[in-house]
Design a protein around this ligand. Structure first.
Ligand SMILES: Cc1cc2nc3c(=O)[nH]c(=O)nc-3n(C[C@H](O)[C@H](O)[C@H](O)COP(=O)(O)OP(=O)(O)OC[C@H]3O[C@@H](n4cnc5c(N)ncnc54)[C@H](O)[C@@H]3O)c2cc1C
Length: 289
């Protein structure tokens, strides 16, 4: 039987003080933490439940940034018109997490804090160059999501810190963003491969910005600089999109595990990249001024 202290702070100040103690583990929705505790994969002396900190649950626009609190649930992301209009890839990614119960309990901060290469929201945030805001006794700091995640289950979070919020800058003009996921089933399945794409066109219909991220094909979710370079400055015809999608092979290093072989992931990554780019490009139609 697991034995630990259980704390449920009411305020951020109380939380930061509680986290100063050694051996503490944050629990938000608990959809990752509880199964891991049951399998003895987490040995915490103190479990700090942050679910009462409603001030960490918000989706808002601050000038040209969308800011999302760490305790925002996947269902709240799905239901948000602000997320849908500024990052439809994130809406799709949140909608694909687990089942209805998982989406109502699981949080954005937990999905990032868990640092899984298969986390659905991470590709959709990486293609928006998202920033992570961290809060601890020493104050606040900001770090790019791409730098925050170091490997499976490993982040740049210091002891005593929490993920406070995540932000991204929306595109303007002719742009689109999409998320695609391949699992063993359509629902309740962790990604075998996932891909998110964001494309912005200039006034002549050439690609001004191209961002492509892939999940479950490397120790962390990765961007594909090779694919992005192929797209820049081009008119995104189906041939160009396919050439870019095929180039992801050079930027990924999939492994074989219980869900798939490495060879299948290599193959599927190109297909999902192509689908994500194609859907993102389709969203730019009618937006060219
Ligand atoms: C049945 C089931 C299906 C699932 N399907 C999917 C899926 O399809 N796609 C997917 O991506 N995930 C899936 N998951 C995993 C999980 O639901 C998500 O990762 C979820 O977003 C985790 O959020 P949580 O609030 O439950 O995190 P928790 O379990 O509470 O925490 C997860 C980790 O993040 C840390 N943490 C949480 N909040 C913070 C914070 N604010 N600051 C610092 N650290 C923090 C915790 O200490 C822990 O290490 C599934 C889980 C289950 C049980």
């Amino acid at each position: 039987m697991l034995e630990f202290d259980y704390q449920k702070p009411e305020t951020l100040d109380e939380l930061i003080h509680t986290l100063g103690q050694d051996g503490s583990c944050i629990i938000a929705g608990g959809t990752d933490v509880i199964p891991r505790m049951r399998h003895n994969l987490i040995q915490a002396t103190t479990v700090v439940d942050i679910s009462r900190l409603t001030e960490l649950s918000f989706i808002q626009q601050d000038q040209n940034q969308i800011r999302i609190g760490a305790l925002t649930t996947h269902q709240a992301l799905v239901d948000s018109s602000l997320v849908q209009t500024t990052n439809p890839a994130l809406t799709s990614a949140a909608a694909s997490v687990g089942c209805r119960q998982t989406r109502h309990r699981g949080t954005l901060g937990g999905n990032i804090g868990n640092a899984s290469p298969a986390a659905d929201t991470i590709p959709a945030l990486l293609v928006f160059d998202a920033q992570v805001y961290l809060l601890g006794e020493a104050g606040k700091r900001q770090i790019g999501l791409v730098d925050f995640i170091l490997g499976p289950g490993k982040t740049q979070l210091y002891a005593g810190e929490i993920i406070h919020s995540i932000s991204y800058a929306p595109f303007d003009g002719a742009w689109g963003a999409a998320f695609q996921k391949l699992g063993k089933r359509n629902g309740m399945a962790i990604a075998v491969v996932s891909a998110a794409a964001a494309i912005q066109l200039d006034g002549q219909g050439h690609v001004r910005e191209a961002r492509l991220a892939l999940g479950s094909v490397a120790p962390t979710v990765v961007r594909s600089p090779k694919a992005e370079a192929i797209l820049l400055g081009q008119v995104p015809t189906p041939e160009v999109l396919k050439r870019a999608a095929d180039a992801v092979s050079a930027d990924i290093s999939p492994i074989s595990d219980i869900r798939s072989s490495a060879a299948y992931r290599q193959h599927a990554a190109k297909i999902l990249a192509n689908r994500a780019l194609t859907v993102a490009f389709e969203q730019t139609r009618g937006k060219l001024s």
